[in-house]
Structures are given as C-alpha cells and as structure tokens.
Design a protein around this ligand. Structure first.
Ligand code: PGA
Length: 240
C-alpha cells in the first residue's frame, strides 16, 4: 500500500483526478469504479474541468458505482444516481449507456445483485476503483461485521453510518436504513484502487488501515491484501 500525503483537500482532489485522467490516457476504454460521499466531490470537480480542457476523456470509459441506497429511485435527489449526475456524469463526455449504478428500486434484489456482478465481469473487471472511507472504516457500504460479504448484496446500514450520513438529509429519520453495495471481492478485484481520505475526523480509520492489521471490524483494512492500492490523504487526516 502506497501513501501520498497532500497538504490539503484541494491537493488531494487534484492528485486523485490526475491519476484518473492518467488511467484514461493509458487505456481510454477503462472501467472505472466510482464512489459517492463528500470526499470525492473535489476530484469530480477537477475531472469536469479537465474534461472541458481536453485533459480527461470519458468517451470510451465505463463506470460502476459502489452502492445505492435502498429503496431510492434514481430521480430522488438523495440517491447516488442523482449525486453522480450532478457531480460528474451530466458534465463530462461519458456515454449514458456506459454508466452502471445498482438499482435501488429493484423488486428482485438478488437478481439485481447478480446482474451487477455479471456486468462488471462482462466489462472485463474494474481497472481503477475510487474509494472513500467511513468513520467506522467501511468501504462502499461494507459495514464492520464479524463476516463480510464477497459480492454485491443488500445490507443494513449501521447506526454510525446513518448518523454520519444524516447531514445530507433533512433529518436522521429520512436516511434509508438499507443499501445495495458491491462486496469486498467485487472491490478487491479492481486492478488498482485509490482510497481518498480527508479531514481530522478520518484519522482513526486511516490509522487503523495503515497499521497493516487486517480485521473485518475495519473493512478498509482488507485493502492491505491488495497488490496495488494507493492511499491519497490530506495532512489533517494523516496527522489527526
Ligand atoms: P464521506 O463518506 O466522503 O461523505 O465522508 C465516505 C464514506 O462513507 O465512504
């Protein structure tokens, strides 16, 4: 695991955007694994700028998002479909048919999860996976548990995740209690992983990951088993 310590959030966002743009330059038809949350917003802003400047081309790229709240429809402004459209997809030259996000309205959840895994496999697997980290060490919505799931599945959100995400909703009660999320093997199957970590509040999970110890109580710690993971952090998260 390599660690890049940036001075601040802006620098972290630019470093991450440059790595995504570099990936697209090396392999225009790259399959990108994308994340939501507050952490990658600056990276998406920079990618939008780079796309307009001709420095990042999404025309042949495919994308798979990590997760989606269940049950939220794509046009719900709290959904991750909506978030991705707002922050990236409507502003860059990615083709709508190349975008994949788990369907939070799926009636047959297992069929949707199986199909999501199949679509990732048919695309040739994920080349570059972007991740944030939860205060509790989750990645995607793989919450700390005694046993983690390998593949895309429906999961219950933990109380601390509901609490952490309440800031995006009018009230805590409105935060969905479940989500569809890629599993640990879906994530770890990516050829390269960028884990973005920003802010003092993320010092504890970052420290747990960098300790090198692997435990399902910090799902991100499993990234220590991955051959090509880069942690891009700001000084606030790194020093605490
Ligand atoms: P955040 O969420 O970027 O909004 O802090 C990260 C996560 O929960 O994975």
């Amino acid at each position: 695991m390599r660690v890049i310590v940036c001075e601040n959030y802006e620098e972290m966002s630019k470093v991450a955007a440059n790595m995504v743009a570099g990936q697209l330059l090396l392999k225009p038809e790259s399959v990108l694994g994308l994340a939501t949350g507050s952490t990658p917003i600056g990276m998406y802003e920079e990618l939008v700028r780079m796309n307009k400047a001709g420095e990042a081309d999404f025309s042949k790229a495919k994308s798979f998002n990590l997760d989606e709240y269940y049950p939220l429809a794509p046009d719900n402004d709290q959904s991750y479909h909506y978030f991705m459209n707002e922050h990236l997809f409507s502003k860059v030259n990615i083709k709508p048919e190349n975008i994949n996000i788990p369907d939070g309205t799926a009636k047959d959840v297992q069929a949707e999860c199986d199909s999501y895994e199949q679509r990732i496999a048919q695309a040739g697997g994920i080349d570059l996976q972007i991740l944030g980290i939860g205060n509790n060490g989750h990645i995607g919505f793989n919450e700390p548990e005694e046993a983690l799931h390998s593949r895309t599945h429906l999961t219950d959100l933990t109380e601390d995740t509901i609490e952490a995400n309440a800031r995006f909703f009018a009230s805590r009660d409105e935060v969905p209690r479940q989500a569809l999320t890629m599993g640990m093997a879906s994530i770890m199957g990516a050829r390269k992983i960028l884990l973005l970590i920003s802010g003092k509040g993320k010092h504890a999970p970052l420290k747990a990951v960098l300790s090198g110890k692997i435990t399902t109580s910090v799902p991100a710690s499993l990234l220590n088993l991955h051959a090509d993971t880069v942690v891009i952090t700001d000084r606030a998260a790194y020093e605490g």
